[in-house]
Design a protein around this ligand. Structure first.
Ligand code: SRM
Ligand code: SF4
Length: 565
């Protein structure tokens, strides 16, 4: 416990972690309790460390309350899949479970390269973990105050570099996992094994969630500035030689609270490969000891850095790890979008990126996406990769299987030539009906917002251009609206704050342009701005750069001073 913690009142989450017996709580007793479909007291929070959130369908909450019924409690499960790689046989297992044991019947790809099941009732939870375990998947530490699923740029082209980067993502994920055996004990009927310490995370775990990436430039698909810790791959002749380390990114804020803000990660410098785990461990340990444990809204690494100073934090990491950061090596991000369609890798294998709107894999009446993915998984010999843009790559296809996979994808709506660039560049978080924190629609609203934006682009004579547009149902920002060229952040039903000025590379935080407005107001504004952009932009100038150059919004250079100014 830090000096700071000794003198302030700690948040209640600190008590519940401390009293949880290394994340066990009384979850096992709750599982047997048939009176409620939910988890009680501290267990409601503790199940998050095991990768689950208690939810209920908000569309029917009012109706059930009228009937004096408790909300229809269920859990959302989020799997741990470092780098988003899933094997076809694993896909088939999750496909079957989604059909048979979830109330929504969908597989939801997330912005952090994994999948979620929504709507799993209590009697099916243990079976779900056992099914996942039987195919080599777990959900440890995909939520809660721990290091979450580690991202890795999917990069299907440079297979060797990707393999090395992916191996590091897996090693970092394993290294930073909680060491408690609570997950195996509770869900897999594992042997009871006493846990006496958490050497890296500490017995009270981290002050707040912690997010890590391994990133292969020039693609910034993982959005490094949304993450606490990033290892940016530095390659020499296609071989990985080390990483530039970026620390302290994060996007969430709270409406009306200027002490909260989205913030970019700072550059700490270069490290050779052999120091990777030491640095990962000690960025985590400094944040563990110095992060704010009394105010959860100010607890993430980004606030610790602004409070203690970047140099002080970095020096402490160097001291604890015994590693000195070298000057950063040059690298450049040029884009973030997935390249939809086929590409050929340098190993001669073929890779098909499927655009999945909002990552929702479901059988829609006109587009049986889920059946299509299943049919592909039944014959595919390579792997499948979930991207941080909520899309799916069918990776490692031999030339003689291309045609059959493409035919399945087309006939099930997984390839649709009518999808515009605007649609492919738009993203939304889950939001209603499952997210308890949602203030406005996001995923369910996105298709119509895209259509209206497409119409505006066409009206101004630029139908093939696009804007990175992201919609989130609240300022937690799960769809990374705070790195979009145009970001809509839910404020209330049908009402959003509109932020403008992110760029294509994901290296600029957008700035507030309109506050608490409805569709009529922001579509009118987009109409004028797109018209102006179409006429007055420089060659190749993207929308986000244009609105900054024209002074439509001021540039956010340093979040702590500029974002709310
Ligand atoms: Fe998130 C909470 C969904 C990526 C910032 N997020 C939630 C919860 C679990 C709501 C809750 O606490 O009860 C949402 C569940 C909705 C549902 O019904 O499924 C939720 N977050 C998601 C996903 C599924 C959005 C998506 O459409 O894909 C993403 C799952 C990622 C994963 O697989 O691990 C998701 N969340 C993000 C990101 C983007 C990212 O990491 O790249 C962010 C912003 C980056 C950041 O962390 O700064 C993000 N989610 C949050 C926050 C705010 C954290 C903070 O710093 O204050 C919350 C609320 C909280 O933690 O208190 C939150
Ligand atoms: Fe829920 Fe808000 Fe995250 Fe959307 S941004 S999924 S509404 S917490």
């Amino acid at each position: 416990m830090s000096e700071q913690d000794k003198n302030v009142k700690l948040s209640d989450n600190e008590r519940l972690k401390r009293e949880s017996n290394f994340l066990r709580g009384t979850i096992e007793q709750d599982l047997k309790d048939e009176i409620t479909g939910g988890f009680t007291a501290d267990n409601f929070q503790l199940i998050r460390f095991h990768g689950m959130y208690q939810q209920d369908d908000r569309d029917i909450r009012g109706e059930r309350a009228k009937q004096k019924l408790e909300p229809l409690h269920n859990v959302m499960l989020r799997a741990r899949m470092p780098g988003g790689i899933i094997k076809p046989e694993q896909w088939l297992a999750i496909d079957k479970f989604a059909d048979e044991k979830t109330s929504y019947g969908s597989i939801r790809l997330t912005t952090r390269q994994t999948f979620q099941f929504h709507g799993v009732l209590k009697p099916n939870i243990k079976g779900m973990h056992q099914m996942l375990d039987s195919v080599g998947i777990d959900s440890i530490a995909t939520a809660g105050d721990v290091n979450r699923n580690v991202l890795c740029t999917t990069n299907p082209v440079e297979s060797e570099l990707h393999q090395e980067a992916y191996d590091w993502a897996t090693k970092i994920s394993e290294h930073l996992l909680p060491k408690t055996k609570a997950y195996a004990e509770i869900w897999l009927n594992g042997e009871k094994a006493e846990t006496t310490e958490e050497p890296i995370l500490g017995s009270n775990y981290l002050p707040r969630k912690f997010k890590t990436t391994v990133t292969i430039p020039p693609n910034n698909e993982v959005d490094v500035h949304a993450n606490d810790l990033n290892f940016v791959a530095i390659a020499d002749n296609g071989k990985l030689v080390g990483f530039n380390v970026l620390v302290g990114g994060g996007l969430a804020m709270t409406h009306g609270d200027t002490a909260t803000y989205p913030r970019k990660a700072d550059d700490f410098g270069f490290i050779p490969l052999e120091d990777t785990l030491k640095i990962a461990e000690h960025v985590v340990s400094v944040q563990r000891d110095w992060g704010n444990r009394s105010n959860r809204k100010n607890a993430k690494t980004k606030y610790t850095l602004d409070r203690v100073g970047v140099d002080v934090f970095k020096a402490e990491v160097e001291k604890r790890s015994g590693v000195t950061f070298a000057p950063s090596r040059p690298f450049e991000f040029t884009h973030r979008g997935d390249r939809i369609g086929w590409v050929e890798g340098i190993d001669g294998k073929h890779h098909l990126t499927l655009f999945i709107q909002s990552g929702r894999i479901l059988d829609y009446p006109d587009k049986p996406l889920k059946t299509g993915c299943r049919k592909i998984a039944e014959i595919h010999q390579g792997d499948m990769r979930m991207t941080a843009n909520q899309n799916l790559i069918i990776a490692g296809v031999p030339a003689d299987q291309k045609a059959v996979i493409e035919e399945i994808a087309r006939s099930h709506g997984l390839i649709d030539d009518k999808d515009s660039q605007q649609r492919k560049n738009s993203m939304a978080c889950v939001s209603l009906p499952t997210c308890p924190l949602a203030m406005a629609e996001a995923e369910r609203y996105l298709p119509s917002l895209v259509e209206k934006t497409e119409a505006l682009l066409a009206k101004h004579g630029i139908p093939d251009d696009s804007i990175i547009m992201r919609v989130v149902g609240c300022p937690n920002g799960c769809g990374r609206a705070m790195l979009a060229e145009a970001g809509l952040v839910g404020k209330g039903p049908g009402k959003y704050n509109v932020y403008l000025g992110g760029n294509l590379e994901g290296t600029r935080i957008p700035k507030l342009y309109l506050e608490n407005v409805g569709e009529d107001v922001y579509l009118d504004a987009f109409d004028k701005l797109i018209g102006q952009w179409a006429k007055e932009r420089n060659d190749g100038e993207c929308f986000g750069d244009f609105v900054i150059r024209k002074g439509i919004v001021a540039e956010v250079k340093v979040s702590v001073t500029d974002f709310h100014a």
